[in-house]
Design a protein around this ligand. Structure first.
Ligand code: KIV
Length: 271
């Protein structure tokens, strides 16, 4: 029997057990009650209330504009839909970079006001003091290295990170540092598969990859990408499990036709 099917509630310890047993961790983003409920009932291990909400929910070009209040709104909606999975919430840009006191205050607001189980933040060495402070307050922290979208204006592009040795070495040491200061898991985004394999094997805590190949201890995808809601985003790493944009368009076009032609509502569909 797999660890996955035995567990009633997924905790950070469960993720460690999954890694120790060699069973991969499944993670998906969600931002609202209804999808969170469906994903939880489907058996997902982790829901990430990602700051990608800034893109897919609010229509911004980057993740930078979303606020802590908006993340709290999305996270509380998600929490009301779940029963079993672990819910991790992104600390948005500007809510933790200034200093560790501000970072802790933001993390506390997320935990207190949403009922979520953990927070995620981006970066390595630069955010270590904040991570230490948050962890020592009893809040589980997930790290995030590689392509960190809150730094998009520093990178200038969404292309693969850490291809050069200098950046790869920083990622290796950042990953170790994040583990040492108590992160329970680390997201590795858009880095070479060989580097992700090396880091995943060198760490005790699980890695969760997005565009980081098959050797990570788990995988995460943004729901709008994998369900085919967002049709313009077609990176190599993305597998589409549904063509929801097409299905929704077809359904709504049929509804419009039925209303216009007086087919809907019929005798049985009225009081
Ligand atoms: O915000 C997000 O959706 C994320 C994932 C891409 C890991 O951070």
């Amino acid at each position: 029997m797999s660890v996955h099917s035995e567990i009633k509630k997924v905790t950070t310890n469960t993720l460690q057990k999954l890694k120790n047993k060699g069973e991969k961790i499944s993670m998906i983003t969600a931002y609202d009650f209804s999808f969170a409920k469906l994903f939880d009932q489907s058996g997902i291990d982790v829901i990430l209330v990602g700051d990608s909400a800034s893109n897919v929910m609010a229509g911004h070009e980057t993740t930078l504009p979303i606020t802590l209040d908006q993340m709290i709104y999305h996270a509380s909606s998600v929490i009301r839909g779940i029963n079993r999975c672990l819910v991790v919430v992104d600390l948005p840009f500007g809510s933790y970079q200034s200093n560790s006191e501000i970072a802790l205050a933001s993390a506390i607001r997320i935990m207190k006001e949403t009922g979520a189980h953990a927070i995620k933040l981006e970066g390595g060495e630069e955010v270590v003091e904040s991570i230490k402070r948050i962890v020592s307050a009893g809040i589980p922290v997930m790290g995030h290295l590689g392509l960190t979208p809150q730094s998009i204006y520093k990178f200038g592009t969404y292309s693969v990170r850490a291809k050069e040795e200098l950046e790869a070495n920083k990622l290796r040491s950042d990953a170790q540092l994040l583990q040492d200061v108590g992160c329970f898991a680390i997201v590795l985004e858009k880095i070479p598969a060989a580097l992700a394999k090396e880091v995943s094997e060198s760490l005790d805590v699980p890695t969760i990859g997005i565009g980081a190949g098959m050797h990570c201890d788990g995988q995460v995808l943004v729901m709008h990408d994998m369900l085919g809601i967002n049709t313009e985003f077609k990176p190599r790493f993305l597998r589409k499990y549904l063509n929801m944009a097409e299905q929704v368009t077809t359904a709504v076009q049929q509804y419009i036709k039925d209303v216009k032609s007086l087919d809907f509502p019929n005798e049985q569909e009225q009081y």
